[in-house]
Design a protein around this ligand. Sequence first.
Ligand code: NAP
Length: 320
Amino acid sequence: MKAIRIHQFGGPEVLKLEEVPDLYPGERQAVVKIHAVGVNPFDTYIRTGTYALKPQLPYTPGADAAGVVTETGPGVKQFKVGDRVYVAGTISGAYAKFALCQESQVHPLPKNTSFPQGAAIGVPYATAYRALFDKAQSLPGETVLVHGASGGVGLAAVQLARAHGMTVIGTAGTERGKTLVSEQGAHHVLDHTQGDVPEQVKKFTADRGADVILEMLANKNLGKDLSMVALRGRIVVVGNRGTIEINPRDAMSRDATILAMTLFNLSDADRARVYAALDAALESGVARPVIAKEFPLAEAAKAHEEVMKPGSYGKIVLIP
Ligand code: NAP
């Protein structure tokens, strides 16, 4: 079968489509024929070899995908051959025609959800859920600022927060992105390329500030976030690409909490709980992934370039 392989860390050009051996399921494992693969910014960090998580070379990248179960190993109880599924993590890598998965990494894909949408769930929705509910302990009636709402994680956060009964303020860097954030449920939409986000957030919250801020680019915004978080507010650092100087007094004067997360630190029990909630959100229509662009699997390098560009509009997927 065909898969993208990385033999050395580096730029997008190290992603090569190659022939690899077929996969066979062991105990409590399944093989899934992949119809769509989710491209996460995280895949590009790992590819460079400078990220904390460094796989052994060569490897097939990717954590998220959706497709159909083609083979199950002994002891698999939740799925049968022919089931439509999404996968959140694999054993063999998702940028491929087929993936080998633990049964616990495989989830049902409802009929109303397409394969590309299924490939957009694993990392983005679990990150949004973890940040909103496990970390910030968000409550109905509170206001959340999704600072970077036009991408995979941001749109997931907007949808989940809106359904939770929160007032949602979302930001994007383009008019097209702002329209999408509004369509997906944000009550107010702002442009994070403009300097007036703190003033606008205060205006929308009668000067209180946002109770919860999910931050997609902390190295740019953490200082500003501290100026627009409410008394006893919580900021969750989800994304960061550098360093920043902040004034801790801004946090002190608000009794504010700065939290941070990496999805890959989830325990098995937390993972099972988070995906059970997401499976319900998909089934009920609360989770409605938005696809920005599709690339053929062979063009994985182009997709890696695209996912790091500004102007997000949902999720980028590969089609094997
Ligand atoms: P994505 O789909 O590429 O979206 C990136 C988002 O960041 C877009 O909404 C983009 O908006 C926004 N952005 C760009 N410049 C910004 C700025 N100055 N201020 C605020 N937002 C800005 O990526 P994603 O999958 O949603 O992930 C978002 C970030 O979280 C990435 O850095 C990713 O690595 C990280 N992440 C972390 C975890 C974790 O476990 N901690 C898990 C998943 C993702 P425009 O394009 O409209 O400007």
